[in-house]
Design a protein around this ligand. Structure first.
Ligand SMILES: Cc1cc2nc3c(=O)[nH]c(=O)nc-3n(C[C@H](O)[C@H](O)[C@H](O)COP(=O)(O)O)c2cc1C
Length: 178
């Protein structure tokens, strides 16, 4: 079982990376996780469809080979962060080569604020569903007050949060296998 992991934050201190690390650590040992690096991707334009762009080839291959994709993303100004949208666009093109078609995808958002990045989470879902992805709807996670769940090392320390992230990890892997 191959899972491709997209962390929608380019920040070195990313709370979404901390949350993703915890979720991935709960996966059974046989699950292989590969991070899809998005910080070096040129902004997508269809003008590049006829060129070979090494960074695009790399991430498209990672999405293609994945049994399922896990996206853990922040919210920027009540919307999908540009870097998260860019990888969605890159893997949806060239026209006719949409890699999201039928792809199993789970979406998690986390924020220090009260709304847990729910706007970004729902927008990511809407965008992916519009291009045929099979998005996990339940459980859905929009983790509010996320910094309060982390210790000084940036690890998930809050028991309740750890509990539902573990449950999410199990459900996601069972669903991805089915
Ligand atoms: C440009 C920008 C816009 C933001 N807008 C929102 C927002 O709309 N909603 C929200 O909950 N947090 C917002 N934040 C705060 C982020 O949730 C916070 O920076 C968080 O640490 C981002 O996740 P990360 O640490 O994984 O990068 C914004 C942050 C930035 C840099």
């Amino acid at each position: 079982m191959n899972i491709s992991l997209i962390i929608g934050s380019l920040s070195k201190q990313s709370i979404n990376r901390s949350i993703a690390n915890y979720i991935v650590a709960q996966f059974p040992a046989e699950v292989k996780v590969q991070e899809v690096r998005i910080d070096d991707l040129p902004l997508y334009t269809q003008d590049r469809d006829k060129e070979s762009v090494a960074e695009y080839d790399r991430v498209r291959e990672q999405i293609k080979m994945a049994d399922a994709v896990l996206i853990v993303s922040p919210e920027h100004n009540r919307a999908i962060p540009a870097a998260t949208k860019n990888i969605i666009d890159i893997a949806s093109r060239p026209y006719g080569q949409n890699l999201w078609q039928g792809k199993k995808v789970a979406i998690v958002t986390a924020s220090p604020g009260a709304y847990g990045g729910i706007n970004a989470g729902l927008q990511i879902r809407q965008s992916l569903q519009s291009i045929g992805a099979n998005v996990l709807i339940s459980p859905e996670i929009f983790l509010s007050r996320a910094t309060q769940a982390l210790n000084e090392q940036g690890e998930v320390a809050d028991e309740r949060t750890a509990g539902f992230l573990s449950k999410f990890a199990q459900t996601f892997i069972q669903w991805a296998k089915a």
